[in-house]
Write a protein that binds this ligand. Structure first.
Ligand code: SDX
Length: 392
């Protein structure tokens, strides 16, 4: 059972943790949520169903899933005063920065959610977060476009609501394409959890001080924003577009990625854990082909991505370092085909990762884990005497 890390007996919660939620095997490229393979869940599951699995530990019955969706709908209205906060941001603000701020602000309007000392309060905090986060995430896009902010429609499904919240305009009817809804549902599932990655560890760490769920998720959003983490999906598209506009061949960019004097890295390649193919990348690559074909989108960027991937996989430098495409390499290409703007790609990642963050925070609180306190190896000066300034 290689997924269980032995805890450091000398130091409680020193940074490693036990969890029953997600299992990864980086050598074999295996990813499972609560024992179910990511391949099966992406193929047969739906996002709210998989969210329920991650958060509560079992796949829901039809009745349980309906009740979960009903309970989320109780909290999809966001306090109108939150609009004053979003109005304080310039239109040019990056959506992830706005989302982190709005998520933290939810605490001000829902103070009770800080204490989740019983199952009922915990369940309410889970449903509130699932309901409100989706709405404020789409508000970041609407704000950047100068569009009016939309409301969740409790008669529609969760992922369809994402599309409506993002793109419906008061000037006319809006019916999202079911192909797009299905593709986004699958992408959200693929991003839903990933063991103790940077942002999830952040959520657990912040939550371990008994900060509320909104505050902990807000910290996770900030961690995910980084280009080495969730921000990579935006960086991949920017890299591919640069290759496309520069007309340079893929070898030029591989050489840059291998040049130790060049800070450039092949975005969407490499992983802290996977030293084989990221199983999500395989599924997303296949989905990219299907979605673009179904939508009749010819995207030269996809062809460049495939050429770059082929060249990198055949390159000795990349092979020697076990550098394979990760979840971010192809996801941006699908988002672009679905009409999602580039600076919203990482927000898409955050919406997908939300149930994983919630599940991990809930597990940490229910396990009554002590406050996080990673160990340190001190490498600074030994004891030395203070000298007055004229003697230094
Ligand atoms: C995510 O942890 C998770 O689970 C994260 C995630 C999730 O679902 O939450 O999977 C999501 O964050 C995926 C990763 C997205 N990031 C990127 O695509 C950014 C590009 N990738 C790299 O920055 C890097 O691969 C990391 C940050 C992802 C992993 O870094 P590591 O494991 O610390 O690797 P490293 O820096 O130790 O590199 C090992 C070697 C180095 O060369 P040497 O010093 O041995 O000569 O590989 C090289 C690195 O220079 N290398 C790369 C490279 N990634 C590593 N060289 C060129 N291009 C790259 N992308």
């Amino acid at each position: 059972l290689s997924g269980v890390i032995t805890l450091d007996p000398g130091y409680k919660n020193s940074g490693s943790c036990k969890s029953e939620i997600t299992f990864l095997d980086g050598e074999l490229g295996i990813l499972r949520y609560r024992g179910y393979s990511i391949e099966e869940l992406a193929d047969k599951g739906h996002f709210l169903e998989v969210s329920y699995l991650l958060i509560f530990g079992e796949l829901p019955s039809t009745k349980e899933l309906e009740q979960f969706e009903t309970d989320i709908r109780k909290y999809t209205l966001v306090n109108e005063e939150m609009k004053n906060i979003i109005d304080g941001f310039p239109k040019t603000a990056h959506p992830m920065g706005v989302l982190s701020a709005l998520t933290s602000a939810l605490t001000a309007f829902n103070p009770k959610s800080v204490n989740v000392d019983n199952e009922k309060e915990m369940y309410e905090a889970v449903c509130k977060t699932m309901g409100k986060f989706l709405v404020i995430a789409t508000w970041t896009y609407r704000k950047s476009m100068g569009f009016p902010l939309n409301y969740y429609d409790n008669t529609k499904g969760y992922v369809e609501n994402f599309m409506r919240l993002m793109f419906a305009l008061p000037t006319g009817p809006y019916t999202p394409d079911p192909v797009i809804i299905s593709a986004i549902d699958k992408l959200f599932i693929l991003h839903a959890d990933h063991e103790q990655n940077c942002s999830t560890s952040t959520v657990r760490m912040v939550g371990s001080s008994h900060a509320g769920l909104f505050a902990s998720i807000s910290a996770g959003v900030s961690a995910l924003w980084g280009p080495l983490h969730g921000g990579a999906n935006q960086a991949v598209l920017e890299m591919l577009e640069e290759i496309h506009t520069s007309g340079a061949d893929t070898e030029t960019y591989l050489a840059k990625a291998k040049d130790k004097n060049d800070p450039f890295r092949l975005m969407g390649f490499g992983h802290r854990v996977y030293k084989n193919f990221d199983p999500r990348a395989k599924i997303i690559k296949k989905a990219a082909d299907e979605v673009l074909a179904t939508l009749g989108v010819e995207d030269p960027i996809l062809e460049i991505a495939k050429k770059l991937e082929k060249a990198a996989l055949e390159d000795e430098y990349f092979k020697a370092r076990n550098l394979y495409p990760n979840v971010d390499f192809y996801s941006g290409i699908i988002y672009r085909a679905l009409g999602i703007p580039t600076d919203m790609f990482t927000v898409m990642f955050a919406i997908g990762r939300l149930p994983g963050w919630i599940a991990q925070w809930k597990e940490m609180r229910e396990n009554k884990e002590p406050i996080g306190r990673p160990r340190q190896i001190y490498t600074g000066h030994p004891l030395r005497d203070f000298k007055s300034s004229d003697k230094r």
